[in-house]
Design a protein around this ligand. Structure first.
Ligand code: SF4
Length: 399
């Protein structure tokens, strides 16, 4: 084996460990059961002012839940009882799979803190989608209902507020809020001022959590009693990175007994104001790895945290922070830059081409066709991350 081959092998092993999550290797199965052979369960945290305790690990439902019933069962056994889905996930297959599970194990419904979302953007549409979600999941209530993927707090207007109050009165939902991948800091800060938001799910990770704006936004939500769920916690970028710092980091964490993917979860859990991490866990390996990380009491050291921050800094220009208010207004014509960046991340960082393609195809044909003809030069000048937006739009369309 040449030095080059050896480096490649090491690189491949560390990357594979980080991405696929070999938590079951690093934290053996024995760590997932107690002395009497029973499954350990992941810890809970309070969810804002709701009086609910939720598992710190939430099962993200963008996968074929219908064909993975055993995984749902095992998630319950390990206490992963916060389940997240959406009306749109898998064109309804995610909710139907959860419904199949509840039809078989109706006694588990009351154990689950069930979250779904609607991106219908109209009162009529939200009512239709909520009713459909209830029907698909064989349940008569949703624990927490989100308006899906807001970009600005203006989406949460008085009509939406009244809709949420009515749905609560009818017993169809218990709590109400929104999810956001764009302009998260503003959405959180202004959401905290509304006084009627129970929960928020937002993009939040080791790259974003240390900025003053994000800290202020999270503090405001905590003061307002809003339960917070972090998503996209791996901080995967639109551009693949393979820096030496990344490899060193992965090696350092492996020596400590966990993978870099597990370390990135730990970085978020370190902030006890975050009630739960929503993670896509489409297979048992990732579920085991994440459960092992949630059960493991080893904390990241100050040095670990600063190395993660250093890595985030070095790979800054590979990661879109979702500040779409900055770039999208710089382009003549409609360009959903933030959405396209997210789909590119699914493709390049998650290696989930189907998820990326499904999202991309939802952009109206007319906008997709024009996407690569627009001029992004001013958006690129204003982008705080220095992303090559024009090139990435072309890459997304090509892929
Ligand atoms: S492309 Fe740049 S400006 Fe636009 S959302 Fe991403 S990081 Fe922000």
């Amino acid at each position: 084996m040449t030095i080059k081959d050896h480096n490649w092998s090491r690189r491949k092993f560390l990357k594979t460990a980080g991405i696929a999550g070999v938590g079951s290797v690093m934290a053996p199965m024995a760590g997932l059961v107690n002395a009497s052979g029973k499954n350990k369960t992941v810890p809970n945290r309070p969810f804002g002012k709701t009086d609910e305790q939720v598992s710190i690990l939430s099962l993200g439902g963008i996968f074929d839940t219908g064909s993975n019933q055993l995984m749902l069962r095992q998630a319950v056994n390990w206490g992963v009882t916060y389940w997240d889905t959406a009306h749109s996930y898998g064109s309804g297959r995610s909710e139907k799979g959860i419904g199949k599970y509840f039809a078989k194990y109706p006694q588990d419904r009351k154990k689950i803190f069930l979250v779904t979302k609607s991106g219908a953007w109209s009162i009529k549409g939200m009512t239709r989608e909520l009713n459909k979600s209830l029907e698909r999941m064989h349940t008569d209530y949703i624990d927490l209902f989100f308006v899906h993927g807001i970009r600005s707090i203006s989406a949460m207007d008085d009509d939406i507020k009244a809709w949420g109050e009515q749905a609560k009165k009818e017993g169809k939902i218990r709590f109400f809020g929104f999810s956001t991948h764009s302009n998260m800091e503003e959405c959180l800060l202004e959401g905290a001022r509304l006084g009627w938001i129970d929960g928020i799910m937002m993009t939040y990770n080791y790259r974003l959590m240390h900025s003053d704006d994000m800290r202020r936004a999270v503090d405001a939500c905590v003061k307002a009693g809003i339960g917070l769920t972090a998503m996209k916690t791996q901080g995967g970028g639109q551009i693949r990175t393979d820096s030496e710092t990344e490899l060193k980091l992965a090696g350092r964490f492996l020596q400590k007994g966990f993978t870099d993917a597990q370390a990135k979860l730990k970085a978020v859990w370190k902030n006890t104001n975050i009630a739960s991490i929503c993670s896509q866990m489409p297979n048992m390996t990732i579920l085991m790895s994440n459960v092992a990380a949630a059960l493991d009491k080893t904390q990241l050291s100050a040095r670990d945290t600063s190395l993660l921050q250093q890595y985030a800094k070095e790979t800054r220009s590979a990661y879109c922070t979702g500040c779409t208010a900055i770039c999208e207004s710089c382009v003549e014509g409609e360009a959903p830059i933030g959405d396209v960046m997210r789909y590119l991340m699914y493709c390049n960082s998650y290696d989930d081409y189907k998820l990326a393609a499904d999202g991309f195809k939802k952009i109206p044909q007319k906008i997709r066709t024009r996407l690569t003809r627009l001029d992004y030069s001013m958006a690129e000048r204003k982008c705080p991350q220095g992303l090559p937006i024009q090139r990435l739009m072309q890459e997304a369309k090509k892929k």
